[in-house]
Design a binder for this molecule. Structure first.
Ligand code: F6R
Length: 631
């Protein structure tokens, strides 16, 4: 999680850093910070709670106040910047990166697991401003560097004024300090580091989380370090740091140093790869990316069908039919797509499926038992929009290590997850920017249907047309939001596939409107949760399966009897006139197997308008990030 951006060069590196951070906000936006050299070659750190836009204003003021030489084309400067998703310590300016201790300033992605053992001891010599694990790295560097510095000289040499000729040694000692501190740290880290003893130079290292060094677009003498190439303009030449490597970026070059265990040795110029030109995502006139993406559901479903590789789908289908065990795993919304996937595999292929969230699956005993048998008979399907979710990747790696076949359903066929998979199914839904997943969910569920069913692909026009009608049908949804805007709890109920979509509808509502919401299997309500139902409750039932329609309606009767307001989403129009149904949202009767995929679309719109009604930015709800890269 979190995003790092650093730059060394002439001209407005501060502006480039702010622009770079904005492109990284999908990794977290609890707070942001920037560090740069002022005219006295001291490092000024500016931090701000909230999004990068707030930092931009503050950094602009600090830049002039400190006479930071950033706009003179002849001046070089080095800047490091960070956008944070809080892990250790609440979202606050004091917990924002970069952190300064002594002459060192550090921006960190990842989690240092053993920071406490150092912090307690360092507290005798350093004053820590934050609750983070990351600030400890800056203190460790300062401590290590001071030791190296002290060991260079005798008191006599100091008196003779040797210090003036030590510029190069400062750089070498800094490299050595970084190397020594890296050996002490346990956990995950990518670091961008500045030192007041080595002006206008960035040091960067990683032990796993992605960190890229390279040039900034066509500006071949402007060097950058970032956690994601998304922060770079087209034509930038990049090199992905390998675990243990340390890079230096200064006004001349980027150099990579390998940690060999015997100090640091220069390796020479890295081999750069150009990045592809990319289009900046645009809202295309919509007020938010989320609304744009809801309105792209139909287009994305068509694209999922178009990108279907028939041979591959046949191969995977055959494998699923012969597999001894089938696991489906993912996180959040993608996990809800797995629940629909389970429904389709069990219904269409008659095979039993285990669907588990990725952060749990790895620790389950039955996984070990299945993999100890014949791992080639284990099918493991992982679903991820980004393909970069740490929990999902960790689960996939475990299965891969044991020899299971890894199948990935993703919107990013170049992702880490895709790269470790045997089969990659590209849902091809188009870039999804809003934190809340929408069109990726419907396309993932559709991919499962195409993989397992005997869907007549020439009969899909009504399905696409209904998706379009639902995504654009906002009049009724806005009325519902107005009607229920004061409620504090909304429950979603359904059975089987409708339970999967109930969970997704509930997640979407809570994550972008902050309303409390729960999803239950309709039959389970009466076994406890019904105690929560009273006259101010709203219960939304999703009913798309004729086989269980009456049973789910029983639950609607039960909550109505206790005073709840009820919404029913269904293709069964006779329910509209039922006295216990207050509001009816119709899904027109397309192919029965596909209706569950469509039933969630009205609730995407419901969550979106609810969020807007409450004055929340639906694209960037609090505490969340688009890509969750910590376990
Ligand atoms: C919710 C949402 C998240 C993601 C989850 C997994 O709207 O978007 O729950 O679904 O973080 O992300 P991916 O699919 O990128 O692995």
């Amino acid at each position: 999680m979190c995003g790092i951006y650093g730059e060394v060069g002439r001209g407005d590196v501060l502006k480039n850093a702010i622009d770079g951070l904005k492109a990284l906000e999908y990794r977290g936006y609890d707070s942001a910070g920037i560090a740069f050299f002022n005219e006295l070659q001291r490092i000024k750190v500016t931090k701000q709670k909230g999004m990068v836009a707030s930092l931009e204003a503050k950094a602009g003021v600090d830049r002039w106040a400190t006479r930071c030489p950033l706009s003179d084309p002849l001046d070089y400067n080095a800047v490091i910047a960070h956008t944070r998703w809080a892990t250790h310590g609440k979202p606050a300016s004091k917990n924002s990166h970069p952190f300064k201790q002594g002459r060192f300033v550090v921006a960190h992605n990842g989690i240092i697991e053993n920071y406490k053992e150092f912090k307690t001891e360092l507290e005798n010599r350093f004053i820590f401003q934050s609750e983070t694990d990351s600030e400890v790295i800056a203190a460790l560097l300062e401590e290590e560097y001071s030791k190296l510095w002290d060991s260079q000289f005798t008191v006599d040499e100091f008196e003779e004024g040797f210090i003036d000729i030590l510029t190069r040694e400062n750089k070498d000692m800094t490299l050595e300090a970084i190397y020594n501190v890296s050996k002490k740290l346990k956990g995950a880290y990518a670091l961008a580091i500045l030192s007041e003893d080595v002006p206008n130079t960035i040091f960067a290292t990683t032990n796993n989380p992605p960190l890229i060094v390279g040039s900034h677009g066509d500006a071949t003498s402007t060097f950058v370090v970032t956690s994601d190439e998304a922060a770079l303009p087209a034509n930038s030449q990049i090199y992905r740091l390998k675990p243990g490597e340390i890079a230096t970026l200064d006004d001349n070059a980027i150099k990579i140093y390998e940690s060999t265990g015997e100090g640091v040795a220069p390796k020479g110029d890295p081999l750069f790869q150009p990045i592809q030109a990319k289009q900046q995502p645009s809202k295309d006139g919509y007020p938010h990316f989320m609304k744009k993406e809801i309105n792209e559901i139909e287009k994305s479903l068509r694209a999922t069908l178009e990108s279907k590789d028939t041979e591959q789908f046949k191969r995977v289908n055959e494998f699923l039919k012969t597999a001894d065990t089938i696991y489906l795993s993912a996180c959040g919304t993608a996990y809800h797509a797995c629940l629909l996937g389970k429904h389709y595999i069990e219904k269409n292929l008659g095979k039993q499926v285990v669907a588990e969230v990725a952060s749990e699956l790895r620790y389950m005993e039955h996984v070990g038992v299945a993999l100890e048998g014949d791992p080639h008979k284990v099918a493991a399907i992982f679903v991820s929009q980004s393909g970069e979710t740490a929990d999902t990747i960790a689960a996939a790696e475990l299965f891969k290590k044991q020899g299971a076949k890894i199948i990935t359903i993703t919107n990013n066929p170049n992702s880490t997850l895709a790269n470790l998979s045997d089969e990659v199914i590209n849902i091809n839904a188009g870039k999804e920017v809003a934190v809340a997943a929408t069109k990726s969910f419907t396309s993932q569920a559709f991919a499962f249907n195409l993989l397992t069913g005997d869907t007549c692909v020439n009969c899909l026009e009504p399905f696409f047309a209904e998706a379009k009608r639902l995504q654009e049908n906002t009049t009724q949804i806005k009325e519902l939001v107005e009607k229920y805007k004061k409620v504090k709890n909304i429950f979603f109920i359904g059975r089987l596939a409708d339970y999967a979509t109930s969970k997704e509808a509930s997640l979407k509502l809570k994550e972008i409107s902050y309303i409390h919401s729960e999803a239950y299997q309709a039959g389970e309500l009466k076994h406890g949760t019904i105690a929560l139902i009273e006259s101010k409750s709203v219960v939304c039932a999703i009913i798309t399966d004729p086989k269980i329609k009456d049973k789910t309606m029983n639950a609607v009767y039960e909550v109505k009897a206790r005073g709840a307001k009820t919404i029913v989403i269904s293709p069964f129009t006779e329910l509209k006139d039922n006295a216990v149904v207050d509001d009816f949202i119709e899904i027109r009767n397309v192919m029965h197997d596909l209706i569950p995929i469509l039933s969630v679309i009205p609730m995407f719109n419901f969550a979106y308008y609810f969020s807007k009604q409450r004055g929340i930015d639906p694209d960037k709800p609090r505490n969340l990030a688009k890509s969750v890269t910590v376990e």
